[in-house]
Design a protein. Structure first.
Length: 131
């Protein structure tokens, strides 16, 4: 999950730039693109994380529009212990959680009559269930 991407493009649009751990507003010439990725601990190897950081840097350079930004793109990859992750309100247990979630989604999708396109329509077709 990418938590935030901020850079000089925001400053060019007159938006304030605030970076984690260093609150405040910065002028464009002081702004550094910052990408924060949060991952489940142990899913990716060290090499995969390095390649991910390099690929994210490439994306930021592309969107910043200049190779000059490459040396100032910050990528922070944080690994969080599995007991901190929840999907659909349930503790994350790896691929088993993903498969269970997909099965619940499929079951819920198949129980909906029609194709609601607004939130009220969806609430009517798939109302809250009492626990």
């Amino acid at each position: 999950m990418i938590d935030g991407i901020r850079g000089s493009a925001d400053a060019a649009r007159g938006q304030s730039l605030v970076y984690p751990g260093n609150p405040g507003t910065y002028k464009e010439e002081n702004a550094m693109p910052f990408v924060n990725v949060k991952l489940v601990d142990g899913v990716f190897t060290e090499d995969e994380k390095h390649r991910m950081a390099a690929a994210l840097t490439d994306v930021m350079v592309k969107f910043e529009g200049s190779e000059a930004f490459r040396e100032v793109v910050w990528v922070l990859i944080e690994e969080l212990h599995t007991d901190g992750w929840h999907i659909g309100g349930l503790p994350f247990r790896g691929p088993a959680s993903l498969m269970d979630g997909l099965a619940r989604s499929k079951s819920l999708y198949e129980s909906i009559d029609g194709h609601p396109v607004t939130r009220p329509e969806l609430a009517q077709k798939a109302p809250l269930q009492e626990k």
